[in-house]
Design a protein around this ligand. Structure first.
Ligand code: FES
Length: 136
């Protein structure tokens, strides 16, 4: 009985993974499995908290050294796409000057991760909005 349940759960998980990979692409899927730059930063120089019209909230934390982003992290209570987009937004910010961070747009995040389904594109724009707000 337990083996049957295990098999069922494993098959179900594999099916969900396959559908997610097909819908979101390999790059986004892998980042969703292992998101980078997640977590709060105690001594951040920049912080933001933005809530999208979808109701999800994202926070960004930036640490600067020599006028460059030394570290960038994020947290979100949102969807899987907000995690993927927050992770790429933080990654793109690393090593950038404040001026260069202002160039990181939702479109840029979407390009890096290979696009998202139409219903999830706004997650990338919420991530870029949060990143920009942390500069202020
Ligand atoms: Fe709200 Fe993705 S659905 S950020």
């Amino acid at each position: 009985m337990s083996d049957e349940l295990d098999d069922f759960v494993n098959e179900l998980q594999e099916q969900i993974f396959e559908e997610t990979r097909a819908d979101y692409g390999e790059v986004a899927f892998q980042r969703w499995l292992k998101p980078l730059y997640v977590g709060a930063m105690q001594d951040a120089d920049g912080y933001s908290r933005v809530t999208g019209t979808c109701g999800d909230t994202m926070e960004f934390f930036l640490k600067f050294e020599n006028d460059r982003v030394k570290a960038a992290t994020f947290r979100t209570d949102g969807c899987g796409s907000s995690t993927v987009c927050g992770s790429f937004a933080a990654e793109l910010a690393h090593g950038k000057s404040p001026d260069d961070v202002t160039d990181i747009t939702g479109e840029m995040i979407l390009n890096v991760l290979g696009g998202l389904p139409e219903k999830d594109r706004h997650c990338a724009f919420l991530a870029s909005e949060g990143l920009q707000a942390a500069l202020d």
